[in-house]
Design a protein around this ligand. Structure first.
Ligand code: CTP
Length: 402
């Protein structure tokens, strides 16, 4: 499946906060990703946003009035609760959190939360004084203790005009948190540690200059996000300045030697290492301590020494997936590398194509394996490529575990 939200049944509970308007964006993002979204609103929420907004976005009747039968179901709340793959409450006010803690069921949101067996995720939104109050703090710990996932709140400008913690997390973050939670609940890589490397290494010449390459890191980030969406515990070792993916532990490095140290440190407990990073094969033999000045000479030579082959040297009880960025003889070169790197799979791509490879959001790859198999994939998004690579990783792990 290329999107973890496709056909998932999500109940979105909306309670009465000014952040309720952002629930419309959450709904829209979920629907666009293929989820079936039912929205339940508290009465207070309808003071901030109308059910019509959600009906328009979901083409389904929102749940508001507990005393009026809803649609085809007499016991609407029980049905809604039973069918959900996940319930998210965004925004969750201090009152709604207190209702959940006490098992109250006097509106559609708290009632569905009480009736469901599905994982619950809440995105609190309130003034910082309410968020920091002992009562809310205690409620938060109680909910976490019961397995409820909290996303946010984040620091920022609050409705009161004050700056503080209590602002609801951004819709994109909440949607990512939903993917993470769904992956943990039923993903085929759940509870497995996967180490992913991304980006091109930078080998210092002096404090301001480096030898580098064109790798953007996008392929590695897509692998990290797709593995996270399948429930893996992901460690992303990266040189790229892209935003940290939600729910992924990010280790920032610059050079091949730093990357090697991080890989060696993170791999012992891992089930798989996916080396999407473009590691420089050579580095300046010495990095100057001060910025090098223009000299009188018309030529300048920088001596290079070999870097370690990180993937070939790291050993342990995990599967290794290499990447091969080639400009010629793609398959032949990649097969040679598969052996040399001691990898189980190698993902080969021709970086001279304009719609695939460096910096693009799409890629066209061939996945080669030890048995001589070549899975030739058409042009697809890097996330979809990541899904196909992880399908193979999941199959290798399943073989190992059986
Ligand atoms: N790799 C590595 N350490 C290096 C060089 C590469 O771990 N010092 C990894 C890359 O992350 C990738 C795979 O090896 O997964 C192949 O990288 P590539 O640069 O294509 O291969 P090289 O061995 O450098 O071969 P060449 O430069 O000759 O194509």
């Amino acid at each position: 499946m290329s999107n973890p939200l496709t056909d998932r049944r999500i109940v979105l509970g909306v309670s009465g906060s000014i952040a309720a308007y952002k629930a419309a964006e959450i709904t829209s993002r979920l629907v666009q990703a293929g989820a079936e979204v039912d929205v339940a609103l508290t009465r207070a929420a309808t003071e901030f946003i109308t059910p019509l907004t959600f009906r328009s976005l979901t083409a389904r009747e929102p749940y508001v009035d507990m005393f009026r039968p809803h649609g085809e179901y007499g016991e609407a709340h029980v049905e809604l609760a039973r069918q959900a793959d996940l319930m998210v409450i965004a925004p969750a006010t201090a009152s709604t959190m207190a209702r959940l803690v006490n098992g109250l069921a006097d509106d559609f949101v708290s009632l569905t939360a009480l009736a469901t067996q599905a994982p619950i995720l809440i995105a609190p939104a309130m003034d910082s004084q309410m968020w920091e109050h002992e009562a809310t703090r205690a409620n938060r710990y109680t909910l976490e203790g019961r397995g409820v996932t909290l996303v946010g709140p984040v620091p920022g400008r609050l409705a009161s005009g004050r700056i503080g913690s209590g602002r609801m997390a951004e819709p994109a973050t909440i949607v990512d948190a939903i993917k993470v939670r769904l992956g943990q609940a039923r993903g085929d890589l759940a509870a497995r540690r996967i180490v992913v490397t991304a980006g091109g290494t930078r080998e210092a010449i002096d404090p301001v200059r480096y030898v580098g390459n064109h790798s953007s890191g996008k392929m590695g980030y897509a692998i990290a996000e797709a593995a996270r969406d399948r429930g893996a515990e992901v460690i992303l070792i990266t040189t790229a300045a892209l935003p940290d993916p939600h729910g992924v532990r990010v280790v920032r490095v610059e050079s091949a030697l730093e990357l090697q140290r991080a890989v060696e440190a993170e791999c012992p407990q891992a089930k798989a290492l996916v080396m999407a990073a473009a590691v420089a094969d050579y580095r300046p033999s010495e990095a100057a301590e001060q910025k090098m000045k223009r000299a009188d000479a018309s030529e300048l030579a920088v001596d290079l020494v070999e870097n370690p082959d990180v993937i070939a040297l790291v050993s342990g009880d995990f599967v290794k997936i290499a990447f091969a960025a080639e400009t010629e003889n793609l398959i032949e070169n990649a097969i040679g590398k598969l052996e040399r790197k001691g990898a189980q799979l190698i993902v080969a791509n021709d970086v001279t194509a304009t719609d695939a490879g460096f910096g693009t959001d799409t890629n066209r790859v061939t996945i080669l394996d030890r048995d001589g198999g070549a899975e030739i994939l058409p042009l697809m998004s890097k996330y979809e490529v990541a899904v196909r690579v992880l399908d193979r990783v999941a199959a290798l792990l399943a073989d190992q575990e059986s």
